[in-house]
Design a protein around this ligand. Structure first.
Ligand SMILES: Cc1cc2nc3c(=O)[nH]c(=O)nc-3n(C[C@H](O)[C@H](O)[C@H](O)COP(=O)(O)OP(=O)(O)OC[C@H]3O[C@@H](n4cnc5c(N)ncnc54)[C@H](O)[C@@H]3O)c2cc1C
Length: 417
């Protein structure tokens, strides 16, 4: 479906004709019987994969199959933090690629994704954490990722509402990434979907994959709630449901699915223009453009698919936030929700070929995959197009779990986002 460019001129033109000329942002096609590539999962990673398949690798006969609505999974449920201050080289490479793509994503997609590089600080509140962040800052310097350690005085300057003196843990410093920040999560999904649709890629909502067809160890297609579709290549990009799809394909994945939750307060006047993560007490917060305080909660300690999260995490998160930002203690909470995240043992993603020929998987982003959407989609598209992982994906293959070659990011991604 060809899309018209969004521009100031288009807004003026439509204002003059009562906004009657806006087209649908993406089409609502009937499924074809065959595609070169089927991407299962209409979250950010699936949509970005399809987008770069068409845009960068020239593969346009592609469909994205989504069982619900676009971005209705974790992509529309996260707290939108974007950063790339990871410890291990392969992680820093893919997250920095993603962060760099975010810088110009609004122009690339002709959709305002509201990328706001306001800066992210990760508080060091124990000696151990301080040593860990100094190590990360040094690793980042070698990786070409711009971060630095800042002292408590600078933390106070950047975020005056922060209580740096306790009551349990004083702030000893922070790892500061000035070009990290946030973006509007729905807009990222919508922008990629619109870009895909403009290239003739089919976005099929309400289309649940119920079985994966194969012959002689090679994928041949899928069965869906809208009928059977054949394909040459299949990409499984379904986050918390990766294990379910892998079972359909006949293999197992080393991922666990748990609910992770978040909440927002009532809107207040601007009081905080950075993102703060306090991982020792486990609370993190930013302020949305609407004024709501966006608060990240904890992950359940048991596997489940509830998209809700346990009640005790609400209390623990609020306690951590009140201790870190005392001025929010009288705010009312407006909404709370959960998403099903896919956790690997080393807290790093899987971007990999699978035991089934022609079937690729992208999952395991756990609590922190919003920030990686552009880089992950790019690396996944490259792997599908070439049949082999490129440099960005090479270290994230499934074989690392068999070979004990982990990309250990449990400190960077175990609790924080
Ligand atoms: C509360 C919360 C806070 C978070 N905060 C952050 C953060 O601040 N920063 C950050 O970087 N990350 C964060 N994350 C993680 C981030 O949201 C995810 O890693 C990321 O959105 C995963 O995107 P995805 O496209 O892989 O998955 P999803 O967006 O979940 O998309 C997968 C899609 O697959 C579909 N699907 C499943 N099964 C089928 C099927 N059988 N057939 C067809 N479709 C199917 C689902 O409906 C879903 O829409 C957070 C997550 C949560 C839950």
């Amino acid at each position: 479906m060809p899309t018209k460019r969004y521009s100031a001129f288009a807004i003026a033109r439509e204002a003059l004709r009562h906004h009657a000329g806006w087209a649908r942002a993406w089409g609502n096609p009937v499924p074809k019987s065959h595609y070169d590539v089927i991407v299962v999962g209409g979250g950010g990673h699936g949509l970005a994969t399809a987008y770069y398949l068409g845009r960068t690798f020239g593969i346009g006969n592609v469909a994205v199959l989504e069982k619900g609505w676009l971005g209705g999974g974790n992509t529309g449920r996260n707290t939108t933090i974007i950063r790339s201050n990871y410890l291990q080289d392969p992680s820093a490479a893919i997250y920095e690629k993603a962060r760099t793509l975010y810088e110009t994503l609004s122009q690339e997609l002709n959709m305002n994704v509201m990328f706001s590089p306001r800066g992210v600080m990760m508080l060091a509140q124990t000696e151990h954490e301080l040593r860990g962040y100094i190590r990360t800052a040094q690793a980042n310097a070698l990786q070409g990722v711009e971060t630095k350690m800042i002292p408590p005085e600078r933390v106070r300057q950047l975020c005056p509402i922060l209580n740096t003196d306790g009551p349990r843990y004083p702030v000893l410093g922070a790892l500061w990434q000035p070009r990290a920040g946030t973006a509007r999560h729905d807009a990222v999904a919508w922008g990629y979907a619109r870009g895909c649709s403009g290239m003739g890629i089919d976005i099929l909502q309400n289309c649940e994959v119920t079985a994966i067809r194969q012959k002689g160890g090679q994928v041949t297609g899928v069965e869906t709630s809208r009928g059977a579709i054949t394909c040459k290549k299949l990409a499984i990009v379904v986050a918390g449901h990766s294990g379910v799809l892998a079972r359909m394909a006949g293999f197992r994945l080393p991922v666990e699915s748990v609910a992770l939750q978040a909440m927002v307060s009532e809107p207040v006047k601007p009081c905080m223009n950075v993102v703060v993560m306090a991982n020792t007490v486990h609370g993190y917060m930013s302020q949305s453009d609407k004024g709501e305080m966006v608060i990240g909660g904890g992950a359940d300690g048991f596997n489940n698919y509830t998209q809700r999260g346990s009640f005790h995490h609400i209390e623990e998160t609020v306690r951590a936030l009140c201790e870190t930002f005392p001025i929010i203690s009288r705010l009312k909470m407006l909404r709370q929700w959960g998403g099903i995240v896919d956790m690997t043992g080393d807290r790093s993603p899987i971007i990999s070929k699978t035991p089934l020929g022609g079937c690729f998987v992208n999952c395991g982003w756990g609590t922190g995959g919003f920030k990686s959407i552009p880089g992950s989609g790019w690396a996944m598209a490259q792997m599908i197009a070439r049949g082999e992982p490129g440099p960005l994906a090479a270290e994230f293959g499934l074989e690392r779990f068999r070979e004990g070659r982990f990309v250990d990011e449990s400190v960077a991604a175990g609790v924080a986002h």
